[in-house]
Design a protein around this ligand. Structure first.
Ligand SMILES: Nc1nc2c(ncn2[C@@H]2O[C@H](COP(=O)(O)OP(=O)(O)OP(=O)(O)O)[C@@H](O)[C@H]2O)c(=O)[nH]1
Ligand SMILES: [Mg+2]
Length: 391
């Protein structure tokens, strides 16, 4: 599958930069392209200059709202981020027109952090514009949710996140949710290492995007997972997970390589990788809520067998009884079994509900505070009404 990736704001731009790195890796190691165009859009010029893989010209690093923000961001006011995106949407649409192999592109992926101002406000607006302009291709969002400490210290974090995901949900074909806190839970040192988190966020997309683009016969599995399968799966709220299980040298007491014992070890490794993928999903959710799912098994050809593919399918079906499941296998010469899982069309996401509930309370409090301030101001005006004014 080939994507045009557009990163908005600091978080979005840096994650898009990681996708551009992924494409360099695919080109160098697998001789294929998985990203036809990578762009970063920001109101902050310093953030744009810090990127490493996205083209350094103004057509790929697009500064918006120059006059309004003087290149310094919108300071978490996502209403302003949305307004600027509306005014400068043409800059982005024009840049997409310059993508060399645009006709090969299967879909768009727009990326942003939900809690900031620029990305959070711009993502629904630009999704809408891209959809209007390129109606024949799906437009997906990848939205990064804030760390817990950000939610605890700043109310605007939850409010921005709620407004961003609600607006995005009304325009995007699917929203892939990624919770920053999930990566810290795994390894606390990551709290201050956004680059490492960004690399972990994009890693599950590597095999997923490459599998359908593979041209070399020795890597092609029995069932290829291609762009069509992914497009059929990505609908509504979506999460992604990735697990890996190392294949050790399997010592068998009587030699032989194809006996039942080896087979069961392979299956065990596969299930182990799928378990890891499911427990490390990009956002905590209940797999039983998924309406669609897919899994991609990536392993050396000699380790792949139909039992393993079937076992994994049966296992996922148990966990997602209502989901239509698509799958594929991909032969790579490595010593690991990798499993990528996507759960989509989730009909309940606790975190989304939490944001909606909390910010509804917050809206109420803000309204009350505003009313109190207004009535106090009115009272003071009343007292001073007979004083002459100089203006
Ligand atoms: N995973 C990840 N999260 C990030 C990164 N940069 C910022 N964030 C998160 O994104 C949110 C803040 O959004 P930013 O992208 O910094 O904000 P912005 O879109 O640039 O908007 P303004 O700076 O307010 O104009 C916070 O929740 C951060 O924790 C990053 O590189 N990776
Ligand atoms: Mg910023």
């Amino acid at each position: 599958m080939k994507l045009v990736v557009i990163g908005l704001g600091q978080c979005g731009g840096r994650v898009a930069d990681e996708f551009a790195r992924l494409n360099k890796r695919a080109r160098a190691h697998r001789g294929m392209e998985i990203i036809t165009g990578a762009f970063a859009v920001n109101t902050d010029s310093a953030d744009l200059s810090g990127l490493q893989n996205i083209g350094a010209d103004y057509q790929h690093r697009i500064l918006i709202g120059g006059r309004k923000t003087s290149g310094h961001g919108v300071g978490k006011i996502n209403e302003l981020g949305a307004e600027i995106a509306r005014e400068d949407a043409d800059k982005v649409v024009d840049a997409i027109r310059g993508v060399k192999h645009f006709f090969e592109t299967d879909a768009f992926l727009l990326v942003a952090g939900a809690a900031g101002g620029t990305g959070s406000g711009a993502i629904p607006i630009l999704t809408q514009h891209v959809k209007e302009r390129y109606g024949d291709k799906p437009v997906y969002n990848l939205i990064v949710l804030p760390f817990q400490h950000e939610e605890e210290t700043e109310e605007r974090t939850i409010y921005n996140s709620a407004v961003c995901i609600k607006s995005a949900d009304s325009v995007a074909d699917a929203i892939i949710l990624v919770d920053n806190q999930r990566y810290v839970r795994k390894d606390f040192s990551l709290k201050n290492n956004l680059d490492k988190i960004n690399a972990l966020i994009v890693e599950p997309f590597y095999d997923l995007l490459c599998a359908g683009e593979e041209k070399k016969a020795r890597h092609i599995g029995a069932k290829v997972l291609d762009a069509g399968d992914i497009i059929q799966t990505w609908v509504g709220w979506t999460v992604i997970g990735y697990g890996s299980s190392r294949l050790g040298r399997i010592r068998l007491p009587f030699g032989g390589s194809r006996n039942f014992r080896k087979k069961s070890t392979e299956t065990h490794k596969g299930i182990q990788a799928m378990d890891e993928a499911l427990s490390e999903l990009s956002l905590k959710c209940n797999p039983a809520d998924a309406g669609r799912a897919l899994y991609l098994l990536s392993a050396p050809a000699r380790e792949m067998n139909m039992d393993l593919v079937k076992e994994l399918g049966d296992y996922l079906k148990e966990l997602t009884p209502d989901a239509i499941i698509r799958n594929g296998d991909y032969h790579r010469e490595r010593t690991v079994v990798d499993v990528t899982v996507m759960l989509s069309e989730l009909n309940d996401v606790a975190k989304v509900r939490h944001y909606y509930n909390e910010s509804t309370k917050f809206i109420h409090e803000v309204k009350q505070k505003q009313e109190q301030t207004e009535s106090k101001l009115k009272a003071i005006e009343e007292v001073g009404k007979d004083i002459p004014s100089l203006v």
